[in-house]
Design a protein around this ligand. Sequence first.
Ligand code: NAG
Ligand code: NAG
Ligand code: NAG
Ligand code: NAG
Ligand code: NAG
Ligand code: NAG
Ligand code: NAG
Ligand code: NAG
Ligand code: NAG
Ligand code: NAG
Length: 839
Amino acid sequence: MNSTQWSMITTLLIFLLLLPYGNSIDSFASNQTIKDGDVLVSSRKLFALGFFSPGNSGKRYVGVWYNKVPEQTIVWVANRDNPVNDTSGLLAINGDGGLVIYGKDRKVPLWSANVTLSSPNNSMAKLLDTGNFVLFEKGSQRILWEGFDYPSNTMLPFMKIGLNRRSRFNWFLTSWKSLDDPGTGNCTYRIDPSGFPQLFLYKGQAPWWRGGSWIGHRWSGVPEMTPNFIFNISFVNNQDELSIMYGITNDSVFSRMVIDESGIVERSTWHEQVHQWIKFWSAPVEQCDNYGKCGPNSNCDPYNADQFECTCLPGFEPKSPHDWYLRDGSSGCIRKKGVSMCQNGEGFVKVPLVKAPDSSTARVNMSLSLKECEKECLRNCSCMAYSSTDDRPGGTGCVTWHGDLMDTRTYTNIGQDLYVRVDSIELAKQRNKSSGSLSNKGKLAISLASVLVFCCLVISIAYWSIKMRRKDKPRQNQFSFGATTPSIYLDDSPCRTDPDNTRLKSDLPFFDLSTISAATQNFSNSNRLGEGGFGPVYKGVLSSGTEIAVKRLCKNSGQGNEEFKNEVLLIAKLQHRNLVRILGYCVQDEEKMLIYEYLPNKSLDSFIFSETKRVFLDWTRRLEIICGIARGILYLHQDSRLRIIHRDLKASNVLLDASMNPKIADFGMARIFGTNQIEANTNRVVGTYGYMSPEYAMEGLFSVKSDVYSFGVLVLEIVSGKKNTGYYHDNPDSNLVGHVWDLWKEGRALEIIDTSLGESYPIGEVLRCIQIALLCVQELANDRPTMSTVVFMLGNDAVLPSPRKPAFLLKRSNYTSGDTSTGDANTINYVSCSVVEAR
Ligand SMILES: *[C@@H]1O[C@H](CO)[C@@H](O)[C@H](O)[C@H]1NC(C)=O
Ligand SMILES: *[C@@H]1O[C@H](CO)[C@@H](O)[C@H](O)[C@H]1NC(C)=O
Ligand SMILES: *[C@@H]1O[C@H](CO)[C@@H](O)[C@H](O)[C@H]1NC(C)=O
Ligand SMILES: *[C@@H]1O[C@H](CO)[C@@H](O)[C@H](O)[C@H]1NC(C)=O
Ligand SMILES: *[C@@H]1O[C@H](CO)[C@@H](O)[C@H](O)[C@H]1NC(C)=O
Ligand SMILES: *[C@@H]1O[C@H](CO)[C@@H](O)[C@H](O)[C@H]1NC(C)=O
Ligand SMILES: *[C@@H]1O[C@H](CO)[C@@H](O)[C@H](O)[C@H]1NC(C)=O
Ligand SMILES: *[C@@H]1O[C@H](CO)[C@@H](O)[C@H](O)[C@H]1NC(C)=O
Ligand SMILES: *[C@@H]1O[C@H](CO)[C@@H](O)[C@H](O)[C@H]1NC(C)=O
Ligand SMILES: *[C@@H]1O[C@H](CO)[C@@H](O)[C@H](O)[C@H]1NC(C)=O
């Protein structure tokens, strides 16, 4: 092999890669072979198969890669452990072995698919558009062998992971040895069928990360998995098969899941605009994801802000208090000493929002309800905990754990309820902890002492709130959310915790209605700062002199006080320099209020749309504002654990602090108003005309891309100083986005720049911003970049793609029917749209 031959082969390869409509073939018969350098291309040119060398290796492997992705992305390898030394390789169909790969020695194959063909002359091999390489019988089209049965390190759409229960055939992913060696590595990603089947990532023989069991609509340990419009997931668990397959509804979206050499599983999507694979999920990502991080019978809670993340489950204590003290939780917890756990008045304590423990040895009965499950568990003294097998409302099925409870962890906002068996003493203790929760059957007499304790609590609450009011300065340290404090669950009756006691669990200050009322002069009109989509906002001054902004939510927020509180506590955890800080909340009677920091410069719209004030915003400042907003949204979308979609981004929801830093307001409102639950039960479209993406306005489909759309509109407004809506008074069908697009096409985009900027702006930077904005408002959500891409584009000089036609022809009349608009004439909230979260 000399260098001329080499370069010929490389040229041929590049030629075939670059020439999507060349004379490529997608199949070959037994009288043909595939030599090193030949490439099979699937019929719609999505995948290619041929010989390749990974990374810096000189060895040759037969593999499948994305034909349309310029960077070599191998998704499947045939001879991963049997490379060819040089370019003499040959792929052929052979009666004895089916598919075979030969090296220099054409007699003994290096690799074989191990199928015996009765009539090789009648067989063909073909690369399908799913990336599956199949060997089939020409006449009957019967598949004799397929590559999808032998996955490498990549799970493609329509590929299965799991097992065939009859043939014991197992489909699982195995990592490569290294970037240069696709050989069988140490990490595997598989479904373990024992007990209540679970998804596992193993490193060697040891479990490394547990995805948990399938709880009706997702893996217990993958809270990010929500109904999603690009995936069509089918989970099968019957006598014949246990498997999961991720279908994809749009096959021009390239999505793959890869397990890498270090044991990280990652799902990413190819972004045409930035020519990059963009990650959208991976595991394990944090300490608590590591299997058995806290040992047996414990709970790992990463949100235990400044404490140790390991806590013992109710009724357990650290096995080695010394290790525990040194923050090594691996020895776990043991049952508290001297307790009787058999038919001696035990009960269950609910540990909410968890990934349920390892269920490899658990017992499952799909026909039992949760109530029956409890009885079943109570009856059997070896039963340590139980839970439902289906996380959805009304879900049934019973899983019971016998023995140690391994690898439980807590999530913030989504998770299962686990019911842990505790002895009677512990049960009483838990009841004491959540005082006020009494069995409505009166099974337990209220002792005088407990009344006294309750009084003490009330007095101390009163004392604290008085003290707090004196101090007026809300505490700012992170609070620990109630998830770590188990709420009690008794024999028959789920006990209600007294709503007022929840505030004990949180450091987010609770403000008294009277305090707020005094601070805002009884919500006087002169204190009113404005009206948002969810209610009026008032300025207030606490007795200490601290200025606050009070958002008084509309009464019909669709949530109970308890849920409201939980949401606020979660949202208060979102802290970022480009988000308005929540200082506290108030919920009393019918009133629900959020207390925010007060920002003296009011909102962005009061600057950019004001003839007199917009001169204060020179270009540097505007660019800083744009970048700040982008970072704030990115945090909401990606970096925070909650993954908030704002849904009502607009200039009036961006506030400016004293040094003109932008801070996004009103985030998390969709959550508070209960509209983005997985069940999509509330079905309200919330948003503002002019900022709403077409798919959201028309179909109620919202995703992070709807926020990207709104951001694009906002950027155009900041650059031009003009409102998107009402841009042309004489022509209501046109708007700023449409106008900018028209100018952009003609190369006159600079004409839209705010005249108050004078001549003092760098033309290149401004044009870049306009181009990014146009990319954000493109008609198809899939075309729009993600916020991480936007932040990247804003911060770098990389070449930008050309924007396609934006969505700007929305007419108000299209979607005002059924409008129950609240206050702000531009904000609409209307019912009966399906809501799907794109995650
Ligand atoms: C392979 O065999 C088929 C018939 O089975 C024939 O049509 C074709 O021309 C042959 N191809 C080659 C390269 O010999
Ligand atoms: C590959 O190369 C090594 C060393 O050059 C040699 O020992 C080995 O036999 C070769 N294997 C094949 C299959 O050609
Ligand atoms: C075929 O069988 C050989 C020997 O049993 C084995 O080493 C090889 O991994 C098998 N190949 C496949 C693709 O299963
Ligand atoms: C398959 O084709 C080859 C040549 O094309 C021929 O020699 C051979 O007899 C055929 N085998 C069968 C089983 O038809
Ligand atoms: C695989 O595991 C073995 C033993 O656990 C270890 O010695 C080896 O280095 C690991 N290999 C890789 C590629 O991680
Ligand atoms: C989704 O999956 C189901 C069952 O596997 C199938 O019937 C349906 O056609 C799929 N839908 C799409 C859009 O792929
Ligand atoms: C599930 O529970 C039902 C009702 O108690 C019982 O009849 C059935 O045998 C149980 N199934 C299993 C597999 O234990
Ligand atoms: C309790 O559960 C264990 C573990 O599944 C089982 O072996 C045992 O037979 C059960 N005992 C009773 C009394 O049902
Ligand atoms: C629960 O509280 C009561 C009254 O305060 C007390 O007498 C009792 O000992 C407590 N029980 C436990 C298990 O701590
Ligand atoms: C599928 O995705 C491509 C690229 O992201 C997009 O252009 C196309 O419109 C999408 N098709 C559908 C039916 O959503």
